[in-house]
Design a protein around this ligand. Sequence first.
Ligand SMILES: [Fe+2]
Length: 458
Amino acid sequence: MRRILPLLLFAILYSTIIFSQSHDYYPPSKLPDRIMLNLTSDPTRSMAVTWRTSIAIDSGVVQFTEADPSPDLEERATTLSAVTSLYKSDASEANYHSCIMEDLKPGKLYAYRVGYNHFWSEWAHFRTPDRGKTNMSFIYFGDAQNDLKSLWSRAIRGAFQEAPKADFLLHAGDLVNRRNRDHEWGEWYYAGGWIYSMIPSIATPGNHEYGKNDEGNYVLSEHWKPTFTLPENGPKGFGETAYYIDYQDVRIISFDAPAFYRSAADSIAQVQWLDSLLAETDARWKIVTTHYPIYSTKFGRDNTELRTAIQPILQRYEVDIVLTGHDHAYGRGTNIPIGVRDKNSLDGPIYVVSVSGPKMYDLGFDAWMQRGASNTQLFQILNITDEVLKFEAYTVDNQLYDAFEIHKDKKGGKKFFDQTPRARERLDLPERYLDNLTEEELFDYKTRLQRYKDKVRY
Ligand SMILES: [Fe+2]
């Protein structure tokens, strides 16, 4: 018995793990779920919607109409058929349905629902942007990635409480940890729920959305294309990963950072595309989102090739802000050289690294960074008008943690205004991190931290 007992315990533990990993906790049903709105390349006129059902439902339609207070939506709604495709994940077989609602009017509130036959979603609302006007806001998330149900949920829900009328959500990569695990995507949808069906999303892929397939090729998550209906206006082979959206007078570009490192040909193609996109636009504001930071927050990390390739382009075309993730900490640098006299003048974009999920790295305290945080989950809200880009970073308990404004004059001249709140900078690492450092590493860390604290900042 003594010999058998450990074996028995091992067998029970092993089967529990296998069962918990293989059990489908987020099964598809006849009712639509995972309803996702995505911006198209012309958001004033169209909106994309994607949803999932079980394979028992092999077609899908969307019904949409201008919203008003009456409940009589169905009678006057336009009905469009969706494109349906079967996707077999590691957990289930499901049908994904996608449709682009077209011929919308700018600046209007729409109601829509998705489904088929007797199986419908609720009616949900979204708003199209106004033409010729810049007055918008959006929420930006760094890596969600881990414990999406348990801990990331408070980031997206806190953000929704803070900015319920945001025009879109921007996910800066690493939405999940294991790209093809349906369970993680299930948690990602559980956390955001119906928020995704009312506020459209923009997503740029991170390294956790890529990986090697059985043939050894570096490929995108199998979930990406069934899950999203993003623009396909990027370079050839970068559909729904590198693309741009003109939202009112703001050009937003998703630069596929993992694909930049995929091959020399891919990096050249994407860099040339970025250059031409920025050269051709006369948009008042230019925003780039890409997963890898241009400047890292983590000691020893540095995406030199990426920075060398794209920073001159970002500077030349006066990109206003670059929104990134990957380093699992918060860092914001204004690119104001230390010691310059006109401390409000901007030379190049503002670079931000942020994290919304619970995976955390320590800070490197490189000189570029002017506000940082470690061991802190955050989300960011950007409000943009013709003259002002206002940036606010909130911790997930909805406390303002960082803020600044860029003011732009008629000729495009920019001034920077630091509005860092009084909240103490969260730089202390928990014991569990410090315990893992050798004496030498700890000394080095404390020296860098002290140098950062002593730095003259604006
Ligand atoms: Fe990453």
